[in-house]
Ligand binder design. Sequence first.
Ligand SMILES: NC(=O)c1ccc[n+]([C@@H]2O[C@H](COP(=O)([O-])OP(=O)(O)OC[C@H]3O[C@@H](n4cnc5c(N)ncnc54)[C@H](OP(=O)(O)O)[C@@H]3O)[C@@H](O)[C@H]2O)c1
Length: 428
Amino acid sequence: MADKMVNIGLLGCGTVGSGVVKILKKNQEDIAGKVDSIINVKKVLVRNLEKERPAELEGTELVAAVEDITSDPDIQVVVELMGGVEQSREYIKKALKNGKFVVTANKDLLAQHGGELFEIARENGVNIYYEASVAGGIPIIRPLKHCLAANKILRIMGIINGTTNYILTQMTFLGQSYQDALKEAQEKGFAEQDPSSDVLGKDAAYKLAILASIAFNSSVKMDSISIEGINGVTLRDIRYAEELGYKVKLLAVAEQQEEGMALRVHPTLVPNGHPLAAVSYEFNAIFVEGDAVGELMFYGRGAGEMPTGSAVVADIIEVARNINHQVDNGIQEVGYSEKPVKPLSQIESKFYTRLKALDQAGVLASLANTFGDEKVSLDMVIQKRRVEGMAEIVLVTHDIKEENFFRAIDKLKAIPSISEVSQIIRVV
Ligand SMILES: NC(=O)c1ccc[n+]([C@@H]2O[C@H](COP(=O)([O-])OP(=O)(O)OC[C@H]3O[C@@H](n4cnc5c(N)ncnc54)[C@H](OP(=O)(O)O)[C@@H]3O)[C@@H](O)[C@H]2O)c1
């Protein structure tokens, strides 16, 4: 076994922190062989010193003050696994200013304050590693930064929120309503008691901001991303989508187009033949298209103690190797340029639309005319059943600019025989 040691300090030992200490203990010898150092968890910061901790922490000092870690000269790496934004931001700044390398899984923090933290890291000759911040155990940050660096990344399209994918899968396979599927996800621990960040699409948007910043080499701000959650998706739409040959998924999409970056998170009808349609339950997958490599897909567990711990420990190993080999600070987030953002109104999509209309002659003709006026052409139209004396019409358009489509929808709403536009979902 190696006789050198790299000391780390953990900030937080909850779900992911426990996974990290378990992996470091279980694979200690293997890891020491790979790094040529023993990785030692010297101290752990927690809120509650009395709480029971994983047995693997025996011999590790639990502390309640962050300075015990950030000011400890023996600790070279600070691993932030507390979550939240302000407190972790303050603690990470302290660590960086004291010359510590930082590993974090905190996407909320990085999406909002990554620029500031990377700058402080650079000023202090250290770096921040964050493989676990997007899609848990799936390697995606490092592949984008290293293995795909030769490419112009044209598109990233991912299922990067396990909670919403679990809910949509339960609705699809078991015919549950959105509310029942959410309740079950909460009972099984796949959704938080306050699920809003997940179901409203914010969590996926934080992760998309991180991925798009790396892929497009541009600092992507949260307000550049159009966000729509799954809370409006009904079982009825999932059933119609099935009949049309699609699955409904919450997709995070980033494209590099001529006019700028097109960035959005929204429920999407994905054709059954597309690999993302087969990604079910809490699994995540990220589809990447590079100009040289073509299409790639990364698939696996996007959360959980051990999968997320796997990504965090890989980062710790990389830092430890850099320290041992006196590689200054690994790859820095340098040279981010400001790239224009293409507004949602200018992005082209296909649209699934469900509406209610009076069951009378001429309704379909006025629908087709209104769409035609805005150059919206229709790919599929079905009239399935009567609902409360009204006909329910479902249609899918061909690709059309959002602004044209929504102008046509506003005109449709003004037609007396159209009583309601009940649902609109984008289609890939
Ligand atoms: N869970 C996942 O599957 C997953 C996946 C990817 C990324 N992440 C990210 O990983 C991070 C950690 O998530 P988690 O699920 O492990 O959280 P968690 O289970 O809630 O654990 C948080 C830990 O941080 C400690 N803590 C929180 N606030 C603190 C404070 N102000 N001072 C000292 N200690 C504090 C808690 O101490 P006590 O134990 O004393 O309460 C607890 O040990 C988050 O940024 C999350 O977004 C999680």
